[in-house]
Design a protein around this ligand. Sequence first.
Ligand SMILES: C[S@@+](CC[C@H](N)C(=O)[O-])C[C@H]1O[C@@H](n2cnc3c(N)ncnc32)[C@H](O)[C@@H]1O
Length: 236
Amino acid sequence: MNPSGGLLWHWRAWRSQKLWRSTCEQISIWLEQVHPHSSELILIGASAGWMMSSPWLQKFKKVMVWDIDGLAAPLFRWRHAAALKASGTELVFNRADALVNLGGLLSAHPKACVLFDNLLGQVRFHSLDLDVVSENISNIIRTLKGREWGSLHDTYSGPVDEALSSQNLPAKQMRMQGEPDAEKSDQTWFQKLGAQGEWLDHLTSSVFDTGTVVHHIAWPYRPRYCHWLQAGWTHA
Ligand SMILES: C[S@@+](CC[C@H](N)C(=O)[O-])C[C@H]1O[C@@H](n2cnc3c(N)ncnc32)[C@H](O)[C@@H]1O
């Protein structure tokens, strides 16, 4: 059983395209501001690229995708292959676990930058021991040292008081990781989302190093249940 992908995920993503439209637009705006130095991309956890922007992928000469989900490759091709063909971008799909030997994967592609595409927040669901989860995430970050990389991931998720939709979604917010007012800015963001009750911590709040520009994006996963996405890019 794949806790963060598979048929259920594709079904939900397909059905939620209207509900998720503003979130996808905000992700796309963030990506437009990311100008990678590398012409090769390692894209981890791409799934079908339901929330991914084709124009951003078109910037690369080569996009190498990793996902453990067997449906990811055909659906990703269905959604993005025509655009990538138009830009002459080579697309290589690997149905494999990218985390089991991330160091080896990076060594095999020394010049590629890396994007974790809504995956690091799911590491939480692969172990019941939260210390193990935090250690696993820290190990991933350590392995990336010296590499150009970015991530879009869940930070927290939980119920909201009012149904969020593409119409009333709060606009993307930015802050610097580790800035003195970070906690205050995060509280304001929680209020903007209309957070209620208990929220799940995805244990990703320290993925980015101090000084990284971090973007907060609201994702109305279901009408009254929202994910707070965090996005950032680290130049080597
Ligand atoms: C929430 S989905 C990503 C959504 C995707 N970025 C999109 O726009 O549709 C997380 C994906 O990560 C994949 N995944 C989970 N663990 C993985 C691993 N260790 N290596 C590669 N892919 C993994 C899952 O199969 C799933 O497709």
